[in-house]
Write a protein that binds this ligand. Sequence first.
Ligand code: UT7
Length: 328
Amino acid sequence: MKAQILGVGHALPERRLTNQDLERMVDTSDEWIVERSGIRERRIADQPTKCSDLAYQASVMALERAGLSAQQLDLIIVATATPDMYFPSTACIVQDLLGATNAAAFDLSAGCTGFVYALDIAEKYLLAGDYQYILVIGAEILTRILDYQDRNTCVLFGDGAGAAVVGKGSSDYGILSSIIGADGSGAKYLCLPAGGSAMPASLETVQNRLHYVKMNGPEVFRFATRITSEISTRVLQKAGFTYNDVDLFVPHQANLRIIKTAMKRMNIPAEKTLINLDMYGNTSAACIPLGLSQAHEEGRLQPGDLVLMVAFGAGLTFGGILLRWGRD
Ligand code: UT7
């Protein structure tokens, strides 16, 4: 018995925010952004679009491709760092929008690794036997928590969502191995300081711009370049495969230099690597399911393909999943 992805979907806001637009907003340049990150533009959701709206749209597409109705879902997990609100969970809001009345629902906080964490959890639930169908979503409206006076962060992130319907199957298709982990000592390197119980919202926190993403870029970069190839190796070894066996490498889309370092270390060529950060920037927990959905649309995923997904993010968290694409 294996957990298989039965259908994938995604959603992107219409509006594009280009590097040239950012040049007019903050002290930066297209040249710097492209050279240091590989990003050219990102999508930005207009008010009143919420995280749950993008999650819902991606889910409708995933359910349609899976050939299932929302009523058949047993569980909905939304991985996000930008929920509609603190509580209730965005997953409960999505459950209502979908009419998935038989599904339990919760959010998961693991930063950009959120989708990988959620998929790993879904697999465990499915194999434990209780559930038939689980909807796993990565959805973000990061542009709402970016400080457009902070060039270190505001050029990197964008909005979007991706979703996958996961179910049980008895063929060779499905998740072959997974690893998730964390190094909480790096929590300080990527965080949103105020608004939680540690630092409740006050006039002072607003004036000090503490409700925005704060990041130590070089520290996260160091962690990311090490962990991406390390986790890839461990996930492949766990299932008895090598780099050469990978048909599609779907890395977290944070920085082209991080992806290229991993490709070089693992000897994975460009045609086997999914890169879309030039168009969408870093959409955090949405990067991987968005990438899967696009790869599916572009015909880059065939039944039997070995897909390697690897992510890292706030926490600091990390995770990797090796999957044989296809379903019963
Ligand atoms: O999903 C997980 C989330 N985040 C990440 O994965 C991010 C990981 N880190 C990175 O991708 C890179 O560290 C960045 C792209 C964020 C930064 O690149 P870097 O090569 O590490 O640059 P740096 O932070 O060391 O900054 C180099 C210089 C600094 O100027 P000085 O102090 O040398 O004069 C920055 O102030 O570049 C400056 N800088 C910029 N200049 C123009 C930083 N951001 C910008 C900018 N435009 N947007």
